[in-house]
Design a protein around this ligand. Structure first.
Ligand code: ZN
Ligand code: ZN
Length: 250
């Protein structure tokens, strides 16, 4: 399994795209689709028209907004250039209402040549080909259901936290995984609400028995401090500071 970080920042980070990850197993799929991640997707060798699954953790704009551009392109491409495979959009409660409205409302969105299906998930595992996906609700804000995802393929497991705070459900999500990508919005010395700082990411990784920890989802303040060092005060394993367009083997 391979994962490419399409975005390691947040909404208006000046140098990093917001949240988005391209996963290659026996299928090609995205987890989140924040602003500027589509531009980074175009820099990879992946064919965007081959992507059949979009997984969303939640619908804050920094995880979602490039879907609009992607989908409009997919509609035009399938109509005027070549057909594309069906698209399955998967996310937490609220997915059907949100995408139902978008698909009905944006011009041309309701007459795509390919089929679009919407699926809401909460805790039950499901398969994408031979890839096993387990959603785990994590704790982010009171008003948002946010899911983390555990992805298992050929005996290897990747966990992605979405946006999360330190809590037992996050430890469960990351239990014994080969690679965990965690929300590291803040440095330890400048913590904030609704997200983790680097020290908490290290704590999660250590308690969950993670093998490699990827710190990502940086607010600009996180780039002014040594977040790897903050996480390493607690976590003994390998720590990677995410960069846009970085590809990791799992
Ligand atoms: Zn969020
Ligand atoms: Zn976010």
């Amino acid at each position: 399994m391979r994962v490419t970080i399409l975005g390691s920042g947040t909404n208006l980070h000046p140098r990093r795209a917001a949240a988005g990850y391209l996963v290659k197993t026996d299928n090609l799929f995205l987890m989140d689709f924040g602003p500027r991640t589509l531009s980074n997707l175009l820099k990879t060798s992946a064919d965007r028209h081959q992507i059949q699954y979009l997984l969303f953790t939640h619908y804050h704009a920094d995880h979602f907004s490039d879907f609009i551009t992607f989908f409009f392109d997919a509609v035009c491409h399938s109509k005027f250039v070549s057909p594309r495979a069906d698209l399955r959009i998967i996310g937490p409660k609220g997915t059907k209402a949100l995408f139902g409205t978008i698909l009905r409302t944006f011009p041309s969105f309701n007459d795509s040549e390919f089929r679009v299906t919407l699926k809401e998930v909460s805790t039950r595992s499901f398969s994408i080909g031979s890839t096993r996906v387990t959603p785990v609700p994590v704790t982010h804000t009171d008003r948002q259901t946010c899911l983390g995802y555990r992805i298992t393929f050929q005996g290897r497991t990747l966990a992605y936290s979405g946006d999360a705070t330190y809590a037992p459900n996050l430890i469960r999500l990351c239990r014994d995984v080969d690679l965990a990508i965690l929300d590291c919005s803040f440095p330890k010395n400048r913590p904030g609400e609704a997200h983790m700082h680097a020290g908490e990411c290290g704590r999660v990784a250590q308690e969950a028995g993670v093998k490699r920890l990827v710190l990502s989802h940086f607010y600009p303040i996180a780039d002014r401090f040594d977040v790897k060092k903050h996480a390493a005060q607690v976590f003994r394993g390998k720590i990677i500071r995410a960069r846009d367009c970085m590809t990791l083997s799992v």
